[in-house]
Design a protein around this ligand. Structure first.
Ligand SMILES: Nc1ncnc2c1ncn2[C@@H]1O[C@H](COP(=O)(O)OP(=O)(O)OP(=O)(O)O)[C@@H](O)[C@H]1O
Ligand SMILES: [Mg+2]
Length: 147
């Protein structure tokens, strides 16, 4: 990794306070580095619905509900984080969150992934979240974990 420079920063958000904090850190970094920022939320459809989701999501009520939930997470994040002067995009992905975020970083050649230590999950405060755990193993780029 020669002369690393943050040109594209990815932050994963799930609507939790921890992920809003992660997005705030990512935004500050993006601003000072002059980097682009992608704010990504991944929704995992309930088992058995893959066939329906893979067809146009608008074709199913469940797809609409999931999309709406993602929109809410993104709106909440952009309303709570100072994004002034940052070139940013909001992105909705479908799948396993850890896998999808790792894949997204790889596809877009991200320079840095920012995530919270915990997320919206209610249990297991003593360990790091399972999405974070997975990304610490699988991410193709440097990862910053925000407590
Ligand atoms: N669906 C998601 N889309 C995008 N980013 C996510 C998603 N879920 C989690 N993250 C990112 O990962 C961080 C840690 O969340 P994680 O899900 O690992 O913890 P948790 O919800 O507390 O635990 P668990 O989900 O294992 O019960 C979040 O702060 C967020 O940055
Ligand atoms: Mg979680």
């Amino acid at each position: 990794m020669e002369s690393w420079k943050a040109k594209l920063i990815i932050v994963g958000v799930d609507g939790s306070d921890a992920s809003v904090d992660a997005a705030s850190v990512a935004a500050s970094l993006a601003r000072s580095a002059g980097a682009r920022l992608h704010i990504v939320t991944v929704v995992k459809p309930p088992e058995g619905w893959w066939g329906i989701i893979e067809s146009p999501p608008t074709a199913s009520a469940l797809g609409n509900a999931l999309e709406e939930a993602q929109r809410k997470v993104l709106d909440l994040t952009t309303s709570r984080v100072d994004l002034d002067g940052i070139e940013y995009e909001t992105v909705e992905e479908i799948g396993d969150p850890g896998r999808a975020l790792a894949g997204y970083c790889e596809q877009h050649e991200a320079d840095l992934l920012v995530i919270g230590r915990h997320g919206a999950g209610l249990f297991d405060r003593l360990t790091i979240g399972s999405v974070t755990h997975r990304l610490l193993h699988d991410a193709p780029c440097p990862v910053m974990v925000v407590p």
